[in-house]
Design a protein around this ligand. Structure first.
Ligand SMILES: Nc1nc2c(ncn2[C@@H]2O[C@H](COP(=O)(O)OP(=O)(O)O)[C@@H](O)[C@H]2O)c(=O)[nH]1
Ligand SMILES: [Mg+2]
Length: 215
């Protein structure tokens, strides 16, 4: 897999309704930063970033969420090992769109390992009444479709690195090492991620080998 002129071992694609925080999640993953409200331009088409994980390179594709870009998302999803299907925990429409996009992922890359990501958990902190998409529903969807589920906040940096570690570990079960969280970053809070549909595999090879994890 050759992404951006450099060999990538893993292709991770983020899909989700507009403004659910896909770009914020990638920015957190790659730069460990959160760009303040309003200053990040909406993604046009898709953007690309690389991230090292335990000696492997992950190509991360951040796609545009608007429905008119769905054919483009399908293009970027081809040969993806992993997908983050992102919704906003305070936005019902974004959850409905996540269900549709999960189907698009299945069509475009049938062996892809899918992680359902509920973002913006900071908005409901301390006030469960503000949660629009109850975690039970999301967990049910992930279980039904054989994927994983995490609730995260790109703003607070909760669950983001954990979900990335989970999907990488799933695709490369033999790859040992530490967390993808930058060492300079303080552990700000406990991970809020809930991992479902995990299946242990034992594939003893010398070279990293991608696992069709959720197929
Ligand atoms: N409160 C909160 N806002 C967020 C979070 N992630 C993204 N946002 C905000 O949601 C808006 C859309 O984010 P963006 O990353 O551009 O969404 P995208 O269209 O899915 O790429 C921006 O105003 C972000 O600042 C989060 O975890 N918490
Ligand atoms: Mg974006």
């Amino acid at each position: 897999m050759d992404e951006g002129g450099r060999k990538a071992d893993l292709k991770l694609v983020l899909v989700g309704h507009a403004a659910v925080g896909k770009t914020a999640i990638v920015t957190r993953l790659v730069k460990d930063m959160f760009v303040a409200d309003g200053s990040a331009a909406p993604t046009i088409g898709a953007s690309f970033a690389m991230k090292e994980w335990r000696g492997l390179f992950a190509a991360i594709w951040d796609t545009a969420g608007a429905e008119r870009y769905a054919p483009l998302s399908s293009f970027y999803l081809r040969r993806a090992n992993a997908a983050f299907v992102v919704y906003d925990v305070t936005d019902e429409d974004s959850f409905k769109r996540a269900e549709e996009l999960w189907s698009l992922v299945e069509e475009s890359s049938p062996d892809c390992c899918v992680v359902l990501i509920g973002n913006k958990m900071d908005l409901v902190e301390g006030d469960p009444a503000k949660v629009v998409v109850q975690p039970e529903r999301a967990r049910g969807l992930a279980q039904q479709r054989g994927g994983m589920f995490f609730e995260v906040s790109a703003l607070r940096s909760t669950g983001i690195f954990e979900s990335f570690d989970a999907v990488c570990s799933k695709v490369f079960p033999d790859q040992k090492g530490g967390s993808s969280r930058p060492k300079t970053t303080q552990q700000q809070s406990r991970p809020s991620g809930v991992v479902l549909g995990m299946r242990s595999t034992s594939d003893a090879g010398d070279t990293p080998k991608a696992n069709n994890c959720c197929g």
